[in-house]
Design a protein around this ligand. Structure first.
Ligand SMILES: [Zn+2]
Length: 367
C-alpha cells in the first residue's frame, strides 16, 4: 500500500482521514468512457454510465469510512483511504489484535452498505406511491438507477462478508476463531478458507469466461497468503525490542554534507539509502536516486539535507519491535531511523527485520 499512497491524489479529508484516488482508478473511468462511446451510446447515456460508476464508488468510500470510524472508537487512527478500481482500502495505523476490536471494525464496512440498501428501500416507500418493489422494478425515470444502488449495496455487503482475506469476511472469521485459539493459528485457518474460495472463484471465472471473477480469485489468493505471512512475521517479533532488530551499521551524513560527498560515498559502497542527520531536526531518509538526480542537475555543492527525502517518525530503542514492523508496513517509508538522546543509533529496514525474523525462527539464541 505504500506504493499506492505515493501514486495517488488526495480528494478530500474527513475527520483527519485523507481520501486518495489511486491513478489506476482513472483507467477504470477511461475504460467506461471508451467502452460506452465504442458502443455508440449518446452523450447522455455515457454520462449516465459514469454516474453509475461514481455512485458505486461513493458507496465504497462510505464503506471504508465505516471501518475507519469504528477503528477510531477503539483509538486506532486511519492513515488514509485509497480508492482503487477493485475497491477501497483503509490503512489503519495499527492492526487491531483484540478479536473484539477486529470483529467490529471488520463488520462496520459491510454494515454501512446494508444500511444504505435499507435506506434506499425506505426512500422508495416514502417517496413512491407504489410498493418499493414496484419502484425498483420500474424501467423508467430514476427506477433503474435506484435499483442499481440498492442491488450494488446488497452485493457489496454480501461480497465483503465472504470469509476470505483480504475481504472483511476473512477478518470476521479470524476474529471469531481467535476468540478460542492463538492468532497465528486462527489466521492459518482463515487463510486456508480464503484460498479455497479463491480457487473456486478462479475456476468459475474460467468456466464461465468471466475474467473479472478470475482476477478476483487471484487477488483473494494473494491476499490470503500475504495475511498469513504477515501475521507469522509479526508474531516472530513477540517480546523483541527495536534495539534487537535495528541495524547499527548504516550510511549517514550530516545535513551540510554536499551532494558530491554523498555521490563519493555511493561509489565507495554506501547503502542505497542515506540517513541525513541534523541536530534538532528529525533525520531524513534520502534515496540513492535523489543523490544521482542531484548530480545530474549539476549541483554537487548543494547540501544533502536539501534533497528530497522522507522524514518518518523516529523510533526509540526500547519500543516494541512490532511497532516498527507496523510502521514499515503501513507507512510510505522503507527505512525508519532510531533515535536515542537525539542521536541516530540505528535504522529499522525490511531486509534486516526479515533476517532477524528468520534467525529467530531458526532457534532460540540464534538472534
Ligand atoms: Zn471493508
Amino acid at each position: 500500500m505504500a506504493a499506492a499512497a505515493r501514486r495517488s491524489l488526495v480528494l478530500l479529508r474527513y475527520k483527519g482521514i485523507a481520501l486518495r484516488i489511486h491513478w489506476s482508478f482513472y483507467l477504470l473511468v477511461g475504460w467506461v468512457l471508451f467502452s460506452t462511446i465504442a458502443q455508440g451510446l449518446t452523450a447522455a447515456q455515457v454520462l449516465q454510465q459514469l454516474l453509475y460508476v461514481i455512485a458505486i464508488f461513493c458507496c465504497v468510500v462510505l464503506h471504508e469510512y465505516g471501518h475507519a470510524l469504528m477503528a477510531m472508537r477503539y483509538g486506532i487512527r486511519t492513515r488514509d483511504i485509497t480508492l482503487l478500481p477493485v475497491g477501497g482500502v483503509a490503512r489503519l495505523e495499527r492492526i487491531p489484535e483484540a478479536p473484539r476490536e477486529e470483529l467490529f471494525i471488520a463488520l462496520a464496512g459491510p454494515m454501512v452498505n446494508l444500511v444504505i440498501a435499507g435506506l434506499v428501500l425506505l426512500c422508495t416507500l416514502v417517496l413512491g406511491t407504489s410498493t418499493p418493489l414496484v419502484v425498483l422494478a420500474h424501467d423508467t425515470g430514476p427506477g433503474p438507477f435506484v435499483r442499481f444502488v440498492f442491488i450494488a449495496n446488497l452485493a457489496l455487503f454480501l461480497f465483503n462478508l465472504i470469509p476470505a482475506f483480504p475481504m472483511d469476511g476473512g477478518r470476521v472469521l479470524r476474529a471469531l476463531l481467535a476468540w478460542r485459539m492463538d492468532r497465528v493459528r486462527a489466521t492459518r485457518i482463515a487463510s486456508i478458507t480464503g484460498r479455497i474460495f479463491a480457487v473456486i472463484f478462479a475456476v468459475i471465472g474460467l468456466l464461465q469466461q468471466q475474467p473479472f471473477l478470475f482476477l478476483i480469485g487471484l487477488f483473494v489468493f494473494a491476499g490470503a497468503s500475504a495475511e498469513l505471512d504477515m501475521v507469522k512475521a509479526r508474531s516472530a517479533l513477540t517480546g523483541s525490542l527495536v534495539r534487537d532488530v535495528m541495524r547499527t551499521r548504516f550510511w549517514s551524513l550530516p545535513y551540510q554534507a554536499t551532494v558530491r560527498e554523498a555521490a563519493d560515498g555511493l561509489l565507495a559502497g554506501g547503502d542505497h539509502v542515506l540517513v541525513v542527520t541534523d541536530d534538532g531536526r528529525s533525520p531524513k531518509i534520502v534515496a540513492r536516486a535523489a543523490i544521482i538526480a542531484a548530480m545530474k542537475e549539476g549541483d554537487p555543492t548543494r547540501p544533502v539535507g536539501e534533497l528530497e527525502g522522507q522524514e518518518p517518525r523516529p523510533l526509540t530503542p526500547d519500543q516494541a519491535a512490532r511497532s516498527a514492523y507496523d510502521q514499515l508496513l503501513g507507512g510510505p517509508s522503507v527505512w525508519i531511523p532510531v533515535l536515542e538522546n537525539g542521536r541516530v543509533v540505528g535504522v529499522v529496514e525490511p531486509d534486516n527485520l526479515a533476517e532477524y525474523q528468520e534467525l529467530r525462527s531458526a532457534g532460540p539464541g540464534a538472534a
